[in-house]
Write a protein of this length. Structure first.
Length: 317
């Protein structure tokens, strides 16, 4: 049985490229004071919060720092329930299986457990990783943000305060958008997302899937136009190839289906990757989508979209 670890929330914040930064307790991680002020107040169910904490917990599991190993997330799934409070701490266990790390994590708030998650990462050599990435990045065509037709949030059914990273739909059969993330828009100007600046990381991709899934629901009129939507459960995401900064890529809809909230159990009994019934939604929409760049499949995701505003249902225990 693997030992269970517990880490307080501040020490888990991932790194940032910002110059105005301070080091946290996690080895090598840097976070700017501005991002920290925003991030620490996000609700614990936010998918980017969950993903960031998962990565940071997995980073703690790399037990050979002298060899310069780094974890690369390859698969992830989680189930969350509505909670307005921010994160207090995480509990997690890590199992080593050859070159892979499997992290089982629970996210805790002052109200109790808000999320349960299972992530798989591959241990990579830092030196080999950097050499390969330098060669790959030099081959890719780049364009500036000024030349890309970013859609206004209202066209996508997103809050006006959201920063969008894709165009309006270039196709509706199937639904497809072009997307672009530069280090400036994706990291420097983003209020809470962080990263190394090497590639479009899992935090950004999961945020893209959240925006894309919400936009699909908006275009199909599956929820009220004024509803606030989020990913309530990540059934599975697979990261297959790196997505490059400042190079256009596509997010493509595969399919969706709708299920009633009444079909799902309470959080404690919910299978990781499937919704629980402790949300305001009367229904959940399961969306399957994928990200492609230069004609190559980079990631696939199956996730459940639900409504966060309105009267939150509590489990009938």
């Amino acid at each position: 049985t693997s030992p269970r670890h517990q880490i307080g929330f501040p020490s888990l914040l991932p790194y940032s490229r910002d110059k105005n930064a301070r080091r946290s307790h996690t080895r090598g991680y840097i976070v700017s004071s501005e991002k920290w002020a925003t991030f620490r107040h996000l609700p614990a169910y936010h998918p980017v919060v969950i993903n960031m904490l998962s990565f940071a917990s997995t980073y703690h599991g790399v037990t050979e720092p002298k060899e310069g190993l780094v974890p690369a997330l390859v698969k992830d799934k989680f189930t969350s329930r509505y909670c307005s409070d921010p994160v207090v701490f995480t509990n997690y266990t890590i199992v080593h299986e050859g070159s892979y790390l499997i992290t089982n994590m629970e996210v805790h708030t002052s109200q109790g457990i808000c999320c349960k998650e299972i992530a798989t990462a591959k241990k990579l050599s830092g030196k080999i990783f950097q050499a390969k990435r330098t060669e790959m990045k030099q081959k890719n065509p780049k364009i500036s943000d000024a030349k890309f037709p970013f859609a206004k949030p209202a066209l996508l059914g997103l809050p006006q305060t959201e920063m969008t990273y894709f165009s309006d739909f270039v196709s509706t059969n199937p639904f497809v958008v072009d997307a672009l993330i530069s280090p400036e828009r994706g990291l420097t100007k983003h209020p809470y997302i962080t990263g190394s600046g090497d590639h479009i990381n899992s935090f950004m991709q999961l945020n893209l899937y959240r925006q894309f899934g919400s936009s699909i629901c908006y275009k199909m009129s599956l929820f009220s136009p004024s509803a606030t939507l989020t990913i309530v459960a990540l059934q599975e995401v697979r990261y297959l190839h790196y997505v490059e900064f400042s190079s256009v890529f596509q997010i493509e809809y595969i399919k969706h289906h709708v299920r009633s909230r009444k079909e799902f159990p309470c959080f404690e009994k919910a299978e990781v990757g499937l919704p629980c019934n402790e949300w305001a939604s009367d229904k959940f929409v399961c969306v399957e989508a994928k990200i492609l760049q230069f004609g190559k499949l980079c990631s696939t995701a199956t996730f459940w979209i639900g409504q966060t505003d309105g009267k939150v249902r509590q489990a009938n225990l």
